[in-house]
Design a protein around this ligand. Structure first.
Ligand SMILES: [Zn+2]
Length: 125
């Protein structure tokens, strides 16, 4: 399952950062999800909830931020956010908003990134 390896990667990244900073608890995690990352956010959230049990991020508030698809058009040189026909969530069609071309280069919007985490340190007490 795609979401499972994604979730594991996110958790490893968060826990690594938390450990480097001597965190005792992770309070909040913000995750950027590209519109083309091909994941189901609800499913990802569910798996994360299961996997973080018994870790220091067990009680963390997890937020998802959607990242628009940035593209460059080979036909008209448009550079900006693409138009997405994502009636099919797993195979969205990406088009140039200016000339409707499908000959485009996708620059951003395919990744899942841990953008920010809020941790608690022993000193905070
Ligand atoms: Zn174009």
């Amino acid at each position: 399952m795609h979401e499972l390896s994604m979730a594991q990667g996110i958790i490893n990244a968060v826990l690594d950062t938390a450990k480097e900073n001597n965190a005792t608890e992770v309070n909040k995690v913000t995750i950027e999800v590209g519109r083309l990352a091909m994941i189901n956010p609800e499913q990802l959230q569910f798996i994360l909830g299961v996997l973080i049990e018994n870790t220091i991020m067990e009680d963390a508030e997890i937020n998802f931020e959607e990242v628009p698809v940035e593209m460059k058009c080979f036909d008209c040189d448009f550079h900006g956010n693409a138009v997405l026909d994502d009636s099919d969530h797993y195979a969205p069609l990406v088009k140039c908003p200016k000339c409707n071309s499908l000959k485009i280069d996708i620059l951003n919007g395919k990744d899942i990134i841990v953008k920010n985490i809020v941790i608690e340190k022993p000193d905070d007490a």
